[in-house]
Design a protein around this ligand. Structure first.
Ligand SMILES: C[S@@+](CC[C@H](N)C(=O)[O-])C[C@H]1O[C@@H](n2cnc3c(N)ncnc32)[C@H](O)[C@@H]1O
Length: 225
């Protein structure tokens, strides 16, 4: 597969309106309309990606050159597999993905179903990879409760665990990307990250919905611990 560009400026709705909302809740009607009107959803389908999230990783990679030919990549919270597809397409030598949920197999990806936070995961991963990783990706999101403050604390806790995991498996010079949500306490994550990575930045890729507080932290040039 050739390297695909993102969708610059593709934020306009496709103008699809649903005529009938029979038997749908207002929430599911809105979700469906948003999906039908989302150019990234249409582009993901057209280009064979399993998720619109694939474009978020492509946009971050276009800017920060995270995926290099021959990279060993770990994808935490990988289902349904859009980020794995991008990693493979952009030349990763090895991709090991994990998720609580199963995924349909991707030939070049080794998939481990389970909680990334299980005590034996870093060791299993190192054994599978035969060494350290060059890039750890986390697009993980916990189940939301609908209570903003609680959800924020949960996602930051998950990002902190992903950061800790990354420090155990990354090679010096490696990079780490994690999802967070704006809300204040994500700042507490940045200080320890700045101690072990040369650069740490907040990134809002264009494919991340404007009305979502979702952000990514992109940390590069791991110094080791
Ligand atoms: C937004 S989806 C990832 C989408 C993916 N990047 C893609 O492009 O297809 C977030 C995933 O994180 C997973 N997840 C949440 N907590 C997890 C955990 N503790 N261990 C493993 N996976 C987890 C969820 O099951 C969910 O599939």
């Amino acid at each position: 597969m050739a390297k695909q560009p993102g969708l610059p400026g593709a934020t306009r709705s496709l103008g699809v309106r649903l005529r009938t909302a029979n038997k749908r809740t207002i929430g599911s009607q809105k979700w469906l309309e948003r999906q039908l009107n989302d150019p990234y959803v249409a582009a993901a389908r057209a280009q064979g990606f399993r998720s619109r999230a694939a474009f978020k990783l492509m946009e971050m990679d276009d800017k920060y050159k995270l995926i290099r030919a021959g990279s060993r990549i770990v994808d935490l919270g990988a289902a349904p597999g859009g980020w794995c597809q991008v990693a493979v397409q952009r030349g990763a030598a090895q991709v090991v993905a994990m998720d609580l949920l199963p995924i349909d197999p991707i030939p070049e990806v080794t998939f481990l179903q389970g909680d990334f936070n299980d005590a034996d995961m870093p060791a299993r991963l190192r054994a599978l990879m035969g060494g350290a990783a060059d890039l750890v990706l986390s697009d993980m999101a916990p189940n939301t409760t609908g209570h903003g403050a609680t959800d924020h604390i949960r996602i930051v806790a998950l990002a902190e665990l992903a950061f800790d995991f990354a420090t155990h498996v990354l090679a010096p010079g490696g990079a780490f990307v994690t999802k967070v949500f704006q809300g204040g306490s994500e700042q507490q994550l940045l200080a320890p990250m700045k101690r072990v990575f040369a650069t740490v930045r907040h990134v809002k890729p264009p494919a991340s919905r404007k009305n979502s507080s979702e952000l990514y932290v992109v940390a590069t040039r791991f110094r080791g611990v």
